[in-house]
Design a binder for this molecule. Sequence first.
Ligand SMILES: [Mn+2]
Length: 382
Amino acid sequence: MKIIHFSDTHLGYSDLDILNDENINQREADFYDAFSQVVEQIKEIKPDYIIHTGDLFHRSSPSNRAITFALEQFKIINSLNIPFILIAGNHSTPRTNLSSPILKIFENFENIYVSYEQKYKKIEFEDALFHTLPHMNDETTALSQIELCEENIDTNKKNIMMMHCSVGASYLMQEFGEWVFPSTKECIFEKMEYVALGHWHGFGRVGKHENVYYSGSTERTSLNDKRNSKGFIEVDFDNTTNSKTTSLFHMPRNIEFKEIRIRPIVQKELNCEDYENALIDASDTTNAIVEVKLTNLTPLQSIDIQNIEIKKLFPHAMSVSVKREFKLSSNETNLADIEALSLEEFFLQHIKEDANEKEFERLKGKVQELFAQYEELSNDTN
Ligand SMILES: [Mn+2]
């Protein structure tokens, strides 16, 4: 029996003000692309079950485009005649009882099984039993739901548990309404063939448990997530080992992380001590999100070196962001240099970096006007 486990697809997420050829936010499109890649691989692998452990959408009220994309993809998955089970995560659960859960829209697909009602739900097949614990806003009900799950274990079948939470405190995402699975209940994991987790965005096995895994997200929802490896899990159970006598002693399962292609983040450092002669290798930055750190900058250099100049070093990158790190110096003359420049000049330099010439000329007038007013005001109060 084979299961494909993926999670945290965050459809509808967008970031960086870059549009693609179809006028869709490029990062939003990247998330759709990641999802499509998983579906392509599902078609090839032809698993017995497909599971998704939450945060299908980035928001509980997704955009029309995100919903349309999901419906198209779900239609493809549904046509494969493979049961697809999914649970709600914190991002797809409304925070009040007034709005309707978005996952409800998939209930009409015959091969799609959704669990979003903030309570334990058992989804049963001939050879497998999926114990789903979707995101619950009220943590106090969680314990009784876990107990319900435990009572429903059927040793004649493969028991698969699905949750969207942090197991222990190490998998918290610093988000609203996160749920930490109670450590006193971790013993239940041993009774499961596999525990599929969502919420944490990196692939990994959880602590000492041999059968508890996060598949990770399929794309990065923050540029602080530097992992360049995203994908899904293929779990392969050996059919011959499922006997009643070994119900609490599970045989090994083969767990494989399958990578998909995502837009890479590439970090570069440019030492400004010898800026004129600094060489930078841009060969690995095609279509990448590039983060450049300028180090050992002097304040004057920082005014001289414009972001646009740095961006030109990576002509094939999707985006380039520049961070500036100043040289630590005991020499006070550097500080005096920067103070010699007026705030007005400094601000104008800053605008010049990002605006085109015409726009700069327009803003320049406004800025000068504002600074003149400001000076008048501060002269009055003095
Ligand atoms: Mn998530």
